[in-house]
Ligand binder design. Sequence first.
Ligand SMILES: [Zn+2]
Ligand SMILES: [Zn+2]
Length: 694
Amino acid sequence: MAKNLVIVESPAKAKTLHKILGREFDVTSSMGHLVDLPASKLGVDVEHDFAPHYIVIHTRRKLAKQLLQEARGKETIYLAPDPDREGEAISWHLANLLRDADRPSRKQDGAKSAVKPRTRASSSASAQLPKKIFRIAFHEITPQAVRAAVQHPGTIDQKKVDAQQARRILDRLVGYSLSPLLWKKVGRGLSAGRVQSVALRLIVDREKQVQAFTPQEYWTIEAALKTAAGESFTARLERIGDKDASLRTQEEAQRIAQALKSEAFVVAHVQEKEQKRYPKPPFITSTLQQEAFHKLGFSSARTMRVAQDLYEGLEVGKEGPIGLITYMRTDAVRVAQEALSAVRAFIKRQFGQASLPDRPRAYKARKLAQQAHEAIRPTDVARTPESLQPFLTPDQLGLYRLIWQRFVASQMTDAVDRLVSAAIDAGRFRLRANGRTNLMPGWTKVYEEPPDKERDDDAPQEGALPPMAKGDRLSLENVSPSQHFTKPPRRYTEASLVKALEEQGIGRPSTYAPTIQTIVLRDYVRRTGGSLVPTALGGVVTELLIAHFPEVMDLKFTAEMEEELDRIEDGDLEWVSVVRNFYTPFAARVTTAQEEMREVKREVVPTSYTCEQCGKPMVIRWGRFGQFLSCSDYPTCKHARSLPTGVACPQPGCGGELVERRARGRIFYGCSKYPTCTYTTRRLPTSDEDREPR
Ligand SMILES: [Zn+2]
Ligand SMILES: [Zn+2]
């Protein structure tokens, strides 16, 4: 039996570590958290400094016992969960479990006992640990990083644990107060949460702007022109006399187009300039999620799942399992010195000296970034995406390629473009043609920016312009007016929501993906053609929460809360006071809301439908999944069904209507005549874009 035991939180990571550490180390996995607040009650003593009552999670009891068995007789235990607050908290809970079990005088079964509540940040907490339990953390699961960590083991950072504990307790207090309130006022089974409800608010607010938007018609005029050498290009009408060309109607546009046809076209002047384009910094969690959405079509959750596989280690041929990327939950753009040297050598070898800047590029981190962390990058840049192709799934390869390319590009020379702008006079009209050509590809040899999908722009594509000079005469080939409408603000996509959450300082690298997942799972928001659209339920819950919990629903307040958690980690704040300062006014709001919040539940909307069971009229009520049709004689008659969609069943001769149903959390549409008709579809047979969000 090995003398040493390493405990991590995932089996894949355990496998990779075992390969690296060899026979002197047993490596085992806790499968995530073993210890947490209880599922069935609050588990926080608000009367006594918010003392948490942690328990071994019910379904993990057997595992906890096993783990203690494995720990017995070992000389040294290394706790190696991920290098962030959550990993620190898992380590702390494990250490507490092990310490309790290691006291042979206590006959109590360690796996069943509750871990002692810990209410104060105690500087002596780490010293109390038995000497032989160490905390090790590494940002990449490679032989060098892991061996270095084992050679210089550390202790648990109580400040990090406290920051995580404060987040857990705040979220618990909010969730456990707001959810029952929503059950009482809106419908059973609803939930609200600290960060999730603010994220939902962003989406609901945006939807209001979209709905309130009135598109304005406008017209542009493009002229197809030809140089004396016979080369064609397109110019757009810019000015009429000394006014900007602003055309509102078709008549106006056609009148101008007609007038243009009789003018002579002469080049007024040509401006040229060079434009440098800098590479982007290597990925952090938020930018990785955004780019994987744009380039690979991944949801944030999928990106994190695949990134975790790459980080925890995969079999790549004879080498055995190896961690392919650095830790994926990070907001730091820093790159380790060795990795910088390696990528510079790689660039020189692969693309030549001309693609290598004189000095390594340094990127500025966001103000709050945790500087101990590193950007997301390949652990070995020499492992090209092509070389890994045989060993990775398409998802893994796609994401690895993105990470690899972005990292290599981030240390290459600038791309240089030549911008040409030609002004063309035609009588009292002034037209403009823009061209862009690349002079030096630089980093774009490796990485290309995705087309900006968030941008609404009717500007023509910029290509190369044929050579021309002031005074050149041009011949007109064609004039075409085109109709446009101003566009409403874009609905959030997963990518733009993550961007907004980060910019507003709401949430942290570990919370973006779960936040989005939760509001979709609760049916507060639906993914519609890539956009996040709030449901009526999401709208009504948001409205109620804003009215009664203005702080919790405030972006700035939530961002400040996140900063306070950071300051707990920095040792500047003490967690109990942070929680208390939040909870005291919050609890008062809960009491008031119990009395004053609108009882949406009781608000029924009459309909012309009749109950299939008793013949009385049906009404619309609110429930966990939004609005539904219910018998007006409830609770005497309990008949209820989904709201009709107004879409006829497409089965020939059926005559039924499609109704919303759900199974295993997925929404689909079935026929109202089920089981006679078994038609189902994932999407209503009308375009999602045309449909009003419910
Ligand atoms: Zn009825
Ligand atoms: Zn049918």
